[in-house]
Design a protein around this ligand. Structure first.
Ligand code: NAD
Ligand code: ZN
Ligand code: ZN
Length: 397
């Protein structure tokens, strides 16, 4: 079968690899009809992780079950399914509590498994014609409809980025009426903003510098903040001050509350330094959020940080040591949450929200391409080329 294979820094190829097959009685093999490329894949593509050449990429797959092992009970050949990017057993101490991103049994070298991702176990990715799905009854989320229908782009986003946007909003404790700032207008940031709106946020700001991405944020009714125009924290505070009258009487009493209550980090360790946009600054966004979030507020850090970054800008960054103003965070009594999304926790609810027409996350999808176009798509996404945000590969054309 054909698959997208990581060859080294800035190089992926589409080549023949051994067919996916049933290896355990609890496995299924799924024929992939859509596989999205993620910002997380780009950290590997950029050579900024310990990913080894030969890795078959792709952790956002959707398709049709072709074959199941003898111990699979629920999933049947012919079922249309999307796979959460986490591979989980569904039964261990962490899975049983809903923390499927930290499954204790699927990855011999760490907690948590995923398809085609560095450090996440021996599993091949889904940017391929077929995918082996372990513990198929747990890791296949059944979908209504037929391959290639109107909801295919929405459903494939259930593998990762729509749940991750919701996880960011959860970690940031977004509730009806809250003020929210999302840093990063990639697919994850845009869907965190969307999730905040679904949860009834009063104001949503989205910070980035890619014009097309900021326009998408405006299109869903968020306020776009372009950091090339200056400190994004000052920009948001200035807008809130100017709107003070509309924001409710209490705000007038509290100049100390001109930041936001909820902050989402959807950028990751390769953050651009807005003071010097040609440079990276791994603590840039977290520091901005500590300045921006009000006392007693919450920060959700879903952007990725790694314990090993070969291209880190200094010896600390190479070891994933990010310097943050912890004293300021403590003084403000801000809580924060981090980590990989436990996708399974969100899957069924978000699927039903999409199926009933109440959510259309596919507004982040910019391109659909054959699998063979992966090298070109990765190169364009890595450059954050204007107009490219979420690319969906279509194995089999
Ligand atoms: N927690 C999880 O389980 C999970 C799941 C999916 C993705 N992720 C991570 O989320 C992050 C975002 O993913 P994506 O697919 O949207 O990636 P992306 O690369 O498409 O988007 C990141 C955006 O951040 C912007 N940016 C860079 N520096 C910035 C700054 N200082 N302030 C504001 N914006 C800035 C970039 O211009 C870009 O548009 C990545 O780090 C990805 O690995 C985490
Ligand atoms: Zn992803
Ligand atoms: Zn488990």
């Amino acid at each position: 079968m054909k698959a997208v294979v990581f060859k080294g820094r800035m190089e992926v190829v589409v080549e023949e690899v051994p067919d996916a097959r049933i290896e355990q009685p609890t496995d299924a093999v799924v024929r992939i009809t859509s596989a999205a490329i993620c910002g997380s894949d780009l950290h590997m593509y950029d050579g900024r992780t310990a990913a080894l050449p030969g890795t078959v990429l792709g952790h956002e797959p959707l398709g049709v079950v072709e074959e199941v092992g003898p111990a699979v009970e629920k999933v049947r050949p012919g079922d249309r399914v999307v796979m959460p990017f986490n591979i989980s057993c569904g039964r261990c101490f962490n899975c049983a509590r809903g923390y499927t991103a930290a499954c204790l049994t699927v990855n011999p070298s760490a907690h948590g498994g995923a398809y085609g991702y560095v450090g996440m176990g021996p599993y091949r990715g889904g940017q391929a014609e077929r995918l082996r799905v372990p513990f198929a009854d747990t890791n296949c989320l059944p979908l209504p409809g037929v391959p290639g229908d109107d909801l295919e782009d929405d459903f494939v986003l259930l593998a990762d980025v729509f749940p991750t946007g919701c996880f960011g909003a959860d970690l940031a404790a977004v509730e009806p009426g809250m003020s929210v700032a999302v840093f990063g207008a990639g697919p994850v940031g845009l869907l965190a903003a969307y999730a905040a709106q679904l949860r009834g946020a009063n104001e949503v700001y989205v910070v980035d510098y890619v014009p097309d991405r900021l326009q998408r944020a405006e299109a869903i009714g968020a306020t776009a903040i372009d950091f090339t125009r200056g400190d994004p924290v000052e920009q948001i505070i200035a807008i809130r001050r100017a709107r003070q009258g509309d924001l409710g009487a209490d705000m007038g009493l509290a100049d100390k509350m001109m930041g936001v209550m909820c902050g989402v980090e959807a950028v990751g360790f390769q953050a651009v330094d807005w003071e010097h946009p040609q440079d990276e600054k791994p603590n840039r966004v977290i520091e901005d959020l500590i300045r921006l979030v009000n006392p007693t507020g919450h920060i959700g850090i879903v952007g990725l940080y790694v314990p090993e970054d070969p291209g880190g800008i200094n010896p600390h960054a190479k070891k994933g040591e990010i310097q943050i103003s912890f004293g300021k965070l403590w003084e403000k009594g801000i809580s924060f949450g981090t980590g990989q999304t436990p996708v399974l926790r969100y899957g069924p609810r978000l699927r039903d929200l999409v199926a009933s027409g109440q959510a259309r996350p596919s507004f982040v999808v910019t391109h659909r391409m054959p699998l063979e176009a992966a090298p070109d798509a990765y190169a364009k996404l890595a450059r954050r080329e204007e107009g490219y945000a979420k690319v969906i590969l279509k194995p089999g054309g």
